[in-house]
Design a protein around this ligand. Structure first.
Ligand SMILES: [Zn+2]
Length: 654
């Protein structure tokens, strides 16, 4: 892996006053030196590290793919998966034939009653949700148990808002989308006139579905997604679906209760199932099958998929080279097989020990912070401390690897490999129903450059990929490491106590543990953050939807405060000298800012303003430091400068 230090002075722009725009001061040089590559939709420290990981994994996969009789089972699987993906001429020759049997099943559809059994079949193998989403989930009232769940889905655009908003840009995107749907039908063999009509049918059906969906902001309220019921009750909401038959088709373990996340959506599905003729369902399903599987078909499908989803919607200029896509598909489909080899090479036991030590120090800081809060009652504090103590720390990779031995991977069948890997994951997910929760499970592969908190698991997870330079840098001093990775650890930890996560208790159950007064005070504090971020502009006249980003913004602020406290604790008694002209405190804050250095395309910013719960990079730094008096002290900023909030405007949640 190439090495870049986690604090890089050449990435700064010292001509900018840190008290005026700290992000620009810390990242101006990086932005100048790192233009967005044509095949990327944005470019960032995280994105660049992920590209380095892809390059590294490519080496592993090329070696695994070169045929040799001595390959073990794991090497054979990842090698042949990658090799089949790289075998473009075979993929090209097969064309649409790769999905022909499912297309035939759609064309043979004869009645409305036959739609759902077919949906069940297609849901199994195709990436995007077909009509709706299904699977297992933790019971919101008993997080140790897995139950069945169904949820909204079935749209081709990235969010329901694209179908409902009335501004000129949204209308333009809808027009482009209809043209894209038409193109997909033409590629699948329709004449242009039929393709045009079919595209209009798809758009009309999806619009009706979209209007019945919850918004992303509504979905941040866990109570809006909790509707546990018996199959018989679901049958009253959507009587035109034979639910016992549906679950039998998917071979679910038997169960009494399931969660219907979005009952209104299933009322709409029911209305469309009775209102739309079978011919329209054939059209809808055919589009979703071909569109969602396009990346794995022949070049004309791959190209059209790129043109609309990555180029038009997100601003990329060029398609990524094939090897890069094939590495990502292998990671996505056999992540814990590829990940085993990755962590052997990049994630030493020493690295695991040192990052775990940092995690523990930040948890201690959180405990201290909770005990010191001047606005919270002792009863709620006790509950918060209990929850903090119950958080599980998962570092790097799972203790027990997923067993892919039942997945057949063929060297000459890329699309089939993807289908079989997906079926394996679907089956694995469905089979959890009725079983106790596996706390060792990860929702991210080890090479992923990311981390997450799960409210129902009450655990924090840091993939090995996010604990590498230039994020965590064992060669550098603690200041930038705590500012950067320490802040990430604090961020994930704070998610357990943000406006959403704080509604779950120590066991991960959706259960209130706050006194009424404390909750009101807490809500007023998060409102401060919500109002602050609502002022920030993403692109043109689009502001941050701060009701969507609130949890992330609270986690960003809380996380950095915890990292600062933990760092001060770890360094107490040591005499630290300035390095490269930066004091230790300045290094902490520049280290923090440099995790987020990025260049972003306007198209991608616009899409993420609708879909991404995170604020744009610049505000994830500037929005935090204005609320940290330690920052103004570190840079001797004066009252009245943009990065200095007067005391009455400082938001303080945790
Ligand atoms: Zn987060």
């Amino acid at each position: 892996m190439p090495y870049t230090p986690s604090l890089d002075v050449s990435s700064m722009d010292k001509s900018v006053d840190p008290c005026v725009d700290f992000y620009q001061y810390s990242c101006g040089g990086w932005q100048k030196n790192n233009p967005i590559p044509p095949d990327q939709t944005s470019w960032s420290v995280y994105g660049k590290l992920y590209q380095d990981n892809l390059n590294f994994l490519r080496g592993i996969l090329e070696q695994a793919a070169s045929s040799s009789s001595e390959r073990d089972a794991l090497t054979q699987k990842i090698g042949d998966f990658y090799g089949a993906c790289m075998d473009e001429s075979t993929v090209e020759k097969r064309g649409l034939a790769a999905v022909q049997s499912d297309l035939d099943a759609i064309s043979e559809l004869k009645s409305a009653e036959a739609v759902t059994p077919l949906v069940a079949r297609l849901q199994f193998a195709y990436g995007r949700t077909i009509l709706f989403a299904q699977g297992s989930t933790q019971d919101p009232d008993d997080s140790e148990q897995q139950i069945a769940e169904i949820d909204q889905g079935g749209l081709g655009l990235p969010d329901r808002d694209y179908y409902t908003k009335d501004d000129a840009k949204s209308k333009e995107i809808r027009e482009h989308y209809v043209l894209h749907v038409q193109k997909v039908f033409e590629l699948a063999g329709d004449d242009p006139e039929a393709a045009k009509q079919n595209a209009e049918t798809v758009m009309r059906m999806e619009t009706a579905l979209a209007k019945a969906q919850l918004t992303r902001v509504e979905r941040r309220d866990p109570y809006k997604l909790k509707h546990k019921m018996k199959i018989a009750e679901l049958a009253q909401i959507a009587p035109s679906i034979n639910w016992p038959g549906y679950y039998k088709d998917l071979q679910y373990p038997s169960f009494e209760i399931l969660n219907v996340a979005t009952p209104d959506y299933f009322k709409e599905v029911n209305a469309e199932l009775t209102g739309e003729p079978v011919a329209n369902w054939k059209t809808y399903l055919r589009f979703h099958l071909v569109d969602s599987f396009s990346p794995y078909l022949s070049a004309k499908f791959v190209d059209e998929n790129f043109e609309f989803y990555r180029k038009y919607l997100r601003g990329a200029k060029e398609q990524q080279p094939r090897w890069k896509r094939c590495v990502q598909y292998t990671d996505r489909n056999l992540g814990e097989a590829l990940g085993q080899i990755y962590v052997q090479k990049v994630f030493s036991p020493e690295l695991k020990a040192s990052t775990l030590d940092m995690v523990r120090r930040i948890e201690d800081a959180m405990g201290q912070r909770i005990r010191d809060l001047d606005w919270m009652s002792p009863e709620t504090k006790q509950q918060a401390l209990t929850k903090l103590a119950a958080i599980r720390n998962k570092i790097g990779y799972p203790d027990k690897w997923r067993d892919y031995s039942s997945v057949r991977v063929a060297r000459d069948d890329f699309a089939g490999n993807v289908e079989r890997a997906r079926e394996f994951e679907e089956r694995r997910d469905i089979n959890k129903v009725g079983k106790p929760v596996d706390h060792g499970e990860w929702y991210m592969s080890p090479p992923t450059v990311n981390a997450y908190y799960s409210a129902q698991m009450n655990d924090i997870n840091f993939a090995a990929g996010v604990l590498q330079p230039p994020l965590y840098d064992a060669k550098l001093d603690d200041a930038p490491n705590y500012g950067d990775t320490g802040g990430t650890v604090g961020h994930e930890l704070t998610h357990g106590f943000d406006d959403e996560g704080s509604q779950f208790d120590a066991k991960g159950n959706l259960k209130n543990w706050w006194t009424k007064e404390d909750r009101e005070k807490f809500d007023a504090r998060t409102k401060c953050v919500q109002d602050q971020y609502a002022q920030y502009v993403v692109v043109d006249d689009v502001h941050i939807n701060s009701k969507l980003t609130l949890g992330e913004d609270v986690a960003d602020l809380g996380g950095e405060i915890l990292a600062y406290i933990a760092w001060k604790g770890a360094e107490s008694g040591k005499k630290l000298d300035p390095i490269d002209g930066l004091t230790p405190d300045q290094r902490f804050f520049v280290g923090f800012a440099q995790w987020a250095c990025a260049n972003e395309r306007p198209e991608d910013l616009r899409l993420r303003a609708i879909t991404d719960p995170h604020s744009p990079a610049k505000y994830r730094i500037n929005g935090v430091v204005v609320n940290m008096p330690a920052f103004s002290q570190a840079f001797s900023c004066k009252a009245g400068q943009p990065m200095v909030n007067p005391p009455e405007k400082v938001c303080k949640v945790w």
